[in-house]
Design a binder for this molecule. Structure first.
Ligand SMILES: [Zn+2]
Length: 243
């Protein structure tokens, strides 16, 4: 069994105009920043090729700085939602195309949770309105509980015949053996995003609370370090298609 996560540079590279074929697209982001980190390039290209993009933000984002007095939960939620709106504006996705679900951060309903079935039906209802041709959601074994929950929700929802593309976020940095896709379940491909890489970087930089010490009164606060950000500054994005 071969794994791909250590060697993305060898998987096929699709030219950027392939984005035209994705059609109306829904990007499912467990947290405000996942959309830009994992899909900022493809979102820009979808706009370039005239496709409609919707963003579904699952969590309320309140656990990135749980002890901040300066940013108690509601204020932090509002800040992170605004950062998403700003990032989407850089990527040419209008505010009206963003759906805020506000499930509790680090506790997005996953399989086995009592809230799971209800959450699946709400998401199915939204799918029915948006009718996406393509859905981008984090890789099913991406090492974060909300990322795995996001896949489980989309995978259980009624998505008609939408094609699902999974994107890695923390797989390369935090994945354990077996977390990576294997050849039996998924086929990886890369999309050339070189023409829109600067836009993607600008979108990532809108998430100020996540990439700087702007919230400085929580020693346990999360921060995306420059080292962590480096893997998202590539001229391509990698996606996995189920077999
Ligand atoms: Zn995330």
């Amino acid at each position: 069994m071969m794994n791909y996560n250590t060697n993305y540079s060898k998987v096929p590279l699709a030219p950027e105009h392939c984005a035209a074929g994705f059609g109306t697209t829904l990007i499912v982001a467990p947290h405000a920043d996942d959309e830009s980190l994992g899909c900022g390039g493809v979102i820009s290209l979808l706009h370039k090729y005239g496709q409609t993009v919707y963003i579904m933000l699952l969590s309320d984002g309140t656990m990135s700085h749980p002890n901040s007095k300066q940013y108690p939960a509601e204020k932090l939620r509002d800040l992170r939602e605004q950062e998403l709106i700003d990032a989407c504006s850089v990527l040419d996705v209008p505010k009206e195309n963003i759906i805020f679900c506000r499930y509790p951060d680090r506790n997005v309903p996953s399989i086995g949770d009592v809230r799971f079935e209800n959450t699946v039906s709400s998401i199915s209802k939204m799918m029915n309105i948006i009718k996406p041709h393509s859905i981008f959601v984090p890789w099913r074994r991406d090492p974060h509980p909300d990322h795995q929950a996001a896949f489980q929700l989309v995978n259980s929802a009624e998505t008609a015949n939408a094609k699902i593309y999974e994107y890695p976020i923390w797989l390369e940095e935090l994945g354990k053996p077996g977390d990576e896709p294997n050849q039996e379940e998924s086929m990886p491909f890369r999309l050339d995003i070189s023409s829109v890489l600067s836009q993607k970087q600008k979108a990532i930089s809108q998430h100020r609370s996540q990439i700087t010490r702007m919230i400085n009164d929580d020693p346990e606060g999360f921060m995306l370090s420059p080292e962590m950000l480096r893997q998202f500054n590539m001229p391509y994005e990698t996606f996995f298609i189920s077999k």
